[in-house]
Design a protein around this ligand. Structure first.
Ligand code: ASP
Length: 604
């Protein structure tokens, strides 16, 4: 028989009681985290989201409660009433905030029972957790784990801090619709069929990009929103089909003004974990970041920068290098301090690693007692010595070298730099190194189709310095390739190698926006069909404007110190875009489909 709560009210949470409360009569309610039966005494750890408190039930002084305690198991919901007593010195538990006291139970209510959980909730550390799929299916149980509860609470604090930051700076929170027309951010849209307009579809926002720009045209001046965004992408481990952004935009903006607000917001939020970031973050252009780190989001917590060896190879006829250089490619390296003793097996592993990023091979020089190199035969001692000097390597170091097309060298050495830092433990985990990366390219070139796509999104403004080049490239077919050189007023905020925010100054003139659609291969008809409303709006007095969006999950991952995005979301989806708890996506009734005028072609 279960007990009823009646009028009983809890007086304290399970994380609250301290020595100063000794002598008080209290009522705690929560879940049974653990029960230990010692005959005449039963110890029950009662848990709620605030903590754990030990309750002691004595057969001698609370016979009825003691008898009830026999039948309770983990995750039963109980209420205990009793007196707070100090624990004996020897019985104190320094790991628990409430560990100096316990509750001497006079009354025990069993408010609900619970099935045996399919996995153990309380495990020390996170390494022994049950398989993630099981935990996602029983998310309500997984969410009882203190670690996840801390993360969810931290997320709420972060969002509150963000609102506070923008509210106090004159920004207004505007809710934009979820049922929308497609907003291109480079991913596929999730679409929603309309019943009233059968055969027509809404799209869920990939971001509120166009609407926030329209807010600027409307004169709202300073907008922000905690916005849910949806992108139907092939998922990567750190992506989710729906996620949340702090989205902001303001009028009469220039880049420095936006950087100031990005810095200010993150600095304000990181105070939640007592991290003080510099008021003004270092800036680096995209070109410099790619050159020095092989990445547009460099992790600045360690050095090991890429060094260009291309000019130090003399007139080598070693085909892999000679051919690469003849085709405008690069030969670059990183220097791994003190790793001249890398074994063959280790360099082979690192070679496999760079191959994943398209590199053909990984060459090495090891400066041990003797200098050895996979290139010794091909290049000869003299050239090797020159490379060592150029790389700045010293006795004891290993030099790791990749040759290839510029993007391949950047991607593979950039990734290798991170991998080596992880393996050799070169990253100071207590450091927070922010960076603003500026002057992103406006377009990315798609080799296969020889077309240009927007590197950020199609509303991003070219840099003033590159405007003429941009116009020439769009208007003159023979100069089309110059699009690849146009830089945009686009930027990212990066912390510890994570892209936390990105944005741009927008195009505010219809004529330039139309040119940009042309550059992207959209005919005027298609541009009008998709974005006519926006092109029209641009013609009614659009102020210069810009802004950014910051990933709430990414930010919370930094705050919570986790590398798993699902750890900072209450109800995440799996890497294959399913909700295992609700079992979605799921089927719908035939009748529902009929109403929508939809017929499903079932996959074979
Ligand atoms: N809408 C952009 C994004 O989602 C951010 C921005 O440009 O403000 O990445």
């Amino acid at each position: 028989m279960l007990d009823t709560l009646g009028t009983l009210e809890r007086t304290h949470t399970c994380g609250e009681l301290r020595v100063g409360d000794v002598g008080k009569q209290v009522v705690l309610m929560g879940w049974v985290a653990k029960k230990r039966d010692f005959g005449v005494f039963t110890f029950i750890d009662v848990r709620d989201r605030y903590g754990v408190t030990q309750a002691v039930v004595s057969e001698e002084t609370a016979g009825e409660a003691h008898a009830k305690a026999k039948d309770i198991r983990g995750e039963f919901v109980i209420a205990v009433k009793g007196e707070v007593v100090a624990r004996d010195e020897a019985a104190r538990n320094a790991k628990l905030a409430t560990g100096d006291v316990e509750v001497k139970v006079s009354e025990l209510l069993v408010l609900n029972d619970a099935r045996v959980p399919p996995f153990q909730l309380e495990v020390a550390g996170s390494e022994n957790l049950a398989a993630e799929d099981t935990r996602l299916k029983y998310r309500y149980l997984d969410l009882r784990r203190p670690r996840l509860q801390q993360n969810i609470m931290m997320r709420a604090k972060a969002v509150r801090a963000i609102r506070e930051y923008f509210d106090t700076r004159g920004f207004i929170e505007v809710e934009t619709p979820i049922l929308l027309k497609s907003t291109p951010e480079g991913a596929r849209d999730f679409i929603v069929p309309s019943r009233i307009h059968a055969g027509k579809f809404f799209a869920l926002p990939q971001s509120p990009q166009i609407l926030k720009q329209i807010c600027m045209i409307s004169g709202l001046d300073r907008y922000y929103q905690i916005a849910r965004c949806f992108r139907d992408e092939d998922l990567r481990a750190d992506r989710q089909p729906e996620f949340t952004q702090l989205d902001m935009e303001f009028s009469f903006a220039n880049q420095e003004m936006v950087y100031g607000l990005m810095e200010g917001m993150f600095n304000h939020v990181l105070k939640l974990i007592d991290v003080e970031l510099p008021e003004v973050w270092p800036r680096m252009t995209y070109a410099e970041a790619m050159r020095r780190f092989g990445s547009d989001k460099p992790d600045m917590r360690f050095g090991m920068e890429l060094v260009d060896l291309s000019e130090h190879l003399g007139d080598t006829d070693f085909p892999p290098f000679a051919d690469t250089l003849a085709k405008g490619g690069k030969v670059k390296c990183i220097v791994v301090k003190g790793k001249a003793d890398y074994s063959r097996k280790q360099t082979d592993e690192l070679q496999e690693y760079v191959k994943r990023y398209g590199a053909g091979a990984l060459a090495w020089i090891k400066l041990g007692d003797e200098t050895t190199s996979s290139l010794m035969k091909a290049l000869g001692e003299e050239v090797i010595a020159r490379l060592i000097t150029a790389a700045g390597a010293e006795k004891g170091d290993a030099v790791l070298i990749v040759a290839g097309r510029k993007p391949v060298v950047a991607a593979s050495l950039g990734a290798l730099r991170l991998e080596v830092a992880r393996r050799e433990d070169l990253i100071d985990r207590s450091a927070y190194k922010p960076l603003i990366v500026t002057e992103f390219p406006m377009f990315e070139h798609d080799e296969e189709s020889d077309t240009y796509v927007a590197a950020h999104h199609p509303f991003t403004s070219p840099m003033d310095e590159d405007l003429e080049k941009f116009k020439a490239a769009v208007n003159d077919d023979s100069k089309h390739h110059l699009l690849g050189e146009v830089r945009a007023k686009a930027y990212d905020a990066v912390i510890n190698g994570y892209e936390c925010a990105g944005g741009s100054i927008r195009i505010h003139q219809q004529e330039i926006q139309a040119l940009n659609f042309k550059a992207l291969g959209l005919s005027p008809e298609i541009a009008r069909e998709r974005f006519g409303f926006f092109l029209d709006a641009l013609e009614y007095g659009t102020p210069p404007h810009g802004g950014f969006a910051a990933g709430i999950e990414r930010t919370c991952m930094i705050l919570s110190g986790t590398e798993n995005i699902r750890d900072v979301m209450a109800f995440p989806k799996t890497a294959s875009a399913q909700d295992l708890m609700m079992d979605s996506p799921g089927d719908v009734d035939e009748a529902q489909l009929d109403e929508l005028g939809i017929e499903v072609k079932h996959a074979e």
